[in-house]
Design a protein around this ligand. Structure first.
Ligand code: 5GP
Length: 194
């Protein structure tokens, strides 16, 4: 079991609706040393991918994206949730359905911060149905940039996002993959990874 899986077992709580709550170290209170360990692990996995930018989505992806970006020595760009559906010509945009909030928001990235030739490592805290990552992929490709890889802290492997995105040919690395979890007993089962 790796460091993140151990921490999830110790502090994670399974809520009804297939939500894993990890707010004591990832989603509310932040354990910066743990985030840095995750950054090192994701950097190791994509060290040879020629990454020029790390792209994430506000808010909970930003912390882990910063740890990853520090290892690569590249900037973080985060997609912002736009209040208006009237977005200007100076941004790339995508619609993203929120798994945890149950709404759809328009997310935007300024054209200044993603350019053709960028090799983008997309990073997020969770992968569930893959909506957030699909939006970030669409924005990257709209900019004429390339997806160099996708690094995720926690993938819920019993939801379809990971399978669908890998099927599209993207290289997805998840530090922990939860294959099953049960709100009643609180049990969490991880997928064995190399
Ligand atoms: P997806 O777009 O893949 O369906 O969901 C990913 C996004 O929803 C992540 O950015 C994350 O913020 C949120 N999310 C999805 N599932 C969970 C979960 O079980 N726990 C938490 N804390 N966030 C989740």
């Amino acid at each position: 079991m790796n460091f993140l899986e151990e921490r999830i077992l110790r502090e994670g709580r399974v809520l009804p609706g297939n939500v894993l709550k990890v707010d004591s170290f990832l989603n509310h209170q932040l354990d910066v040393a743990l985030l840095d360990e995750m950054g090192v692990a994701i950097h190791r996995r994509f060290a040879d991918a020629g990454v020029t930018k790390v792209l994430t989505i506000e808010a909970s992806g930003i912390a882990i994206a910063c740890s990853v970006a520090r290892c690569f020595g590249v900037p973080v760009v985060f997609a912002k949730k736009s209040k208006s559906s009237n977005v200007g010509d100076d941004v790339y945009s995508a619609e993203v359905a929120s798994y945890t909030h149950g709404n759809v928001s328009q997310v935007i990235v300024s054209r200044r911060f993603l350019v053709p030739g960028d090799r983008v490592l997309i990073v997020d805290d969770f992968l569930a149905n893959g909506c957030a990552l699909s939006g970030l992929i669409a924005i990257t490709e709209a900019a004429g940039a390339q997806v160099a890889g996708i690094g995720v802290a926690i993938e819920k492997g019993f939801q379809e996002g990971g399978r669908l995105i890998r099927q599209r040919g993207y290289d997805v690395a998840s530090l922990a993959i939860v294959d099953a979890m049960d709100a009643r007993s609180g049990t969490i089962t991880f997928r064995q990874q190399d």
